[in-house]
Ligand binder design. Sequence first.
Ligand SMILES: [Zn+2]
Length: 585
Amino acid sequence: MAFPSAWLDELLHKNDIVSVVSEYVELKPKGRKLWACCPLHGEKTPSFSVSPDKQLFYCFGCHAGGTVIQFVMDMERLTFYEAVQMLANRANMELPNEINDREMQRQRAYKKRLIEANTEAARYYSGCFLNPAIGKDAQGYAARRGLNAEIVTRFGIGYAPDTWDSLLKLLKGKGYSEKELVDAGLLVHNAERNTVYDAFRGRLIFPILGVNGQVLGFGARVMGDEKPKYINTGDTPVYNKRNNLYGLYLHKNEKLDDLIMVEGYMDVIGLYKAGVKNAVASLGTALTQQQARLLKRYVEKVYICYDGDAAGQNATVRGLDILKAEGLEVRVITIPDGLDPDEYVQVYGKEGFDRLKENALSLNAFKLEAMAKGYDLNDENGRERYAKTACAFVAGLQPIEQERYYRLIAKKTGYALEALEAQGVRSGGLQMTEDRTPIRGGFRRRIETGEDPRDVTERTLILACLHDKLALSRAIAENAAELIKNDTYRAMFLAMCEQGSAFSAAKYIGELDEKQAETASAVLKEEDAMENAIETTADCIRRMRRESAEDEIAALRAKLNKPDLTAEERNAVLKEITERIRANK
Ligand SMILES: [Zn+2]
């Protein structure tokens, strides 16, 4: 729902953020901002700030932030349109008369036009796929991937021929302008040569449908080894990947018990084919708040089932927090052996997948499991260190939940329940349960010449963890210890994990020898990390994980992309991957 921008300006002008927020909490000035205890998450010390100059709010605790409209949306749980309506009422403004608003009519007509162009394109790609001559290779590839005729029809799978202008010619012939087609993401404009050409060439096409079944964009996958493996329609006037979930439109009029969040098209389709029909994918974006809200309109319970590799597990931890913040019940399905869901159902079928779903972990159990992977539990030392960090985590949970998880730790480590509880009390408890912290990007580090960028990342992480207990608990849950390569930094991080809030950097560094002390002190120089410790931590871990896991996994997976792989060979490769990953653990 678009409002004319002049009207919105007036709305914002008449709803000063300070006066709107003041209707909910009392703001106190400090510096150039006004502060309060955050009305969006419970807290005792003010981390919620309003900037009158910028007309923005930001909470350093839960990371909510934005304009006055966003504030009303968060506060009153409204959609954008409803929030605007409420603010218009507040300011005694009439809503713009949509019918007579020319600009709005024009925008709406333009969007409709782009969707029609997308629909034409989808029809064309589908025709190419089914054409015995043009679609021969695509059909062969689809058959090898197990995409039968029913699946092809159900998901509208198509093929974009390997030419530069076949779609261009067709749609121009139907009266669409180049600008319209570029805006829809169907053509690419080359500014240097001032030419346009087809955006998708020689790829299998997956139309992306909105919840109402309109064609909003496309995903396109290579059929061989080329890179990139997937390309998707970018943001257009009709498509924004942050607001959509692939596959959700299939369930428009269904009553569902739950939905399963997966990463890509092939996971949705692979599961569907195996009989697990309620999977949806976030398509190359970390799960967003908008997507979580969309899910909430359909179900109360969501299973996260990301790839079993490190990157997937990392994404899972972040997704959990976002879903939980929207009030969804969340469970985690862990795919063994580093396989992705599509690969897993190919080998083990629906029954195998259902078993995994039955054994799905709760949010906290998942975090404790993820934590355990960082330690060797066959070794007494490893058990002790795991018990310490895990207890620090559990001590931060609701008292009623603690017992269950202390039991889980007791089972894993063999320590007595009383000892674990005492350890938890001593650690001071890392607050983590109500952690509603959607992670945003923005990790920009200055790297001094000649310095190993890895060291900078590790230092930044440690400083962020020193600065914020929530950041530390996130780092613990994501096994940061195993990712830190620098010995001095790793030792320091482990000491922080074990001592919890009792840890003092000054005291710790004071006890090191001179060389180590110098390295460790460098941590305290990374002041940039202070501004937003949790976000920084997540970014550091993401980097570290990506670096160590990516190469390895990519090499294994490359094998699966060989164009002439038979189903049998494919299974053999999958088994090989399984074994290799096991050996790597
Ligand atoms: Zn907050």
